[in-house]
Design a protein. Structure first.
Lengths: 251, 251
DNA sequence: CCAGGCAACTTGTCCAAACAAGATGCCCCA
DNA sequence: TGGGGCATCTTGTTTGGACAAGTTGCCTGG
């Protein structure tokens, strides 16, 4: 039905609508055409149109409500999952210049915390990497990442300035990063943190702890990222009933 | 097809599966029955089962991948951002006791920032409320909320110790809080903040700025919430498919 | 014994159709 | 003039069917 690399029809339609909204064809606050009109325009069934629209609703681009046409809520909001994982890719996409240097790297037995988060037996080998990352020339982020042992070899083989670690791991080991669980809080910079980020001790830092897993829920890495205040913020969009629903299927 | 207050069939099924997973019927790491089995068990079509499963995948409870049965990723992820809930509702659901007191309230003309966030003309009247909220007896949160003028009367009629302002506004004015946009960063406690929260000046605070809108994208209120460190963290689940969390450059 | 390929299984995509239910404006009647 | 009710429009829910595409294990041939 679909050739290689060709997105599903509903993805194409979602993409076209995204572009049209960005371009202003459907102004913010305005209303989208009805499902019927769209399905005729794109020559697909109403179900396929609904899949496309459901994706945009999940992104927060559209508001949806039974009885009236969908509302355009705003311009593009969502980034790809990859962009959230990769600081370098995110920065480039946002038009900033990212720098980065590895401060420390070590193979070591998993601590209790490592074992817990990566679902490994205590003492299993893990790869620890400490990086300082900069944004537009200023240190912005301290990144402590722990990779599970079964992927450590592949990670070490990758050159440090590789743009997309994700892509490389997919190509070489076939690992897909599919889920991320993020916990956000704040803490005061300790001596080491302060030194590496070039701030005073006690400066508030934004901390994001993240566990990334495969499709099957197998943890691949976990990371403790500490952001210098003012450099980066996080944004969350939610809505009641914004589930990326898949319609029209059947048995 | 559905009586009043009766959820859609796929919602019911999603609910039953959620409970079953919590109960351990489908152990974490294990696999769910096939769509076919579930559709037979619940006597619905495969499409309806798929809608239920899609909701659980979006919540991060399940992993999904073409070709194999769905994987149970974890038990209920409490307090994520997937639901749009007030502090009081959240606290109660999490088994904590929330307290709250209004420190200050005023009607005033909209500042530039108010006007921008609430999409009002500068100078339009808004209602400003400063609350201190506690969790299990300790001050946890400083909440500065600005309500749009068109809803200010209804808000003022609500008694200060009302548990859920959200619910009351729905009942009385029919206003639905449908979308939330949250921006998270950190800052040091100022003199006033420190005093009200009972912490030392300079303590790192987690700040969440939030704009809540109706279905149609009309802003209802915006709020600047500052959390005492250690009392609350935020958890967000992302996946290829649904990215409620994004990163953005600071100012 | 191992590798390649095939078959069975399972999820993903798409279509066509029907009815339920919320929203909205218009018209008519009091 | 004002309000209630109805017609109409639009999205929400559900069904049934068909085929594509990814996964996995078995089985066969070298």
């Amino acid at each position: 039905m679909r050739g290689l690399g060709v997105a599903a029809r509903y993805e194409q339609i979602a993409g076209e609508l995204r572009v049209a909204i960005d371009r202003g064809d459907y102004p913010v606050g305005g209303r989208l055409p009805t499902e019927g009109e769209l399905s005729e325009r794109y020559q697909v069934s109403r179900g396929t149109v609904r899949q496309a629209l459901a994706a945009l609703v999940a992104e927060g681009l559209l508001g949806s409500r039974q009885g009236t046409r969908r509302v355009v809520l705003g311009a593009r909001r969502s980034q790809s999952f990859t962009e959230l994982r990769s600081f370098a890719q995110w920065a480039r996409a946002a038009g900033h210049k990212a720098t980065g240097s590895v401060v420390e790297t070590a193979r070591r037995p998993a601590s209790t915390e490592d074992a817990l988060r990566l679902q490994l037996p205590t003492g299993a080998e893990v790869l620890y990497v400490l990086r300082v990352r900069g944004l537009d020339g200023q240190p912005a982020l301290l990144e402590r990442t722990v990779y599970a042992g079964w992927i450590a070899d592949a990670v070490e083989r990758i050159e440090p300035d590789c743009e997309s670690v994700t892509q490389r791991l997919l190509d070489e080991v076939g690992v897909v990063f599919a889920h991320g669980e993020h916990v956000i809080d704040t803490l005061a910079a300790g001596t080491r943190d302060a030194e590496l980020l070039g701030v005073r001790r006690g400066t508030p830092l934004l901390r994001v702890r993240r566990v990334t897993t495969t499709h099957a829920g197998r943890p691949v890495e976990w990371s403790d990222d500490r952001y210098r205040p003012g450099t980066v913020t996080f944004r969350i969009h939610n809505s009641i009933g914004a589930n990326p629903l898949v319609r029209q299927p059947g048995e």
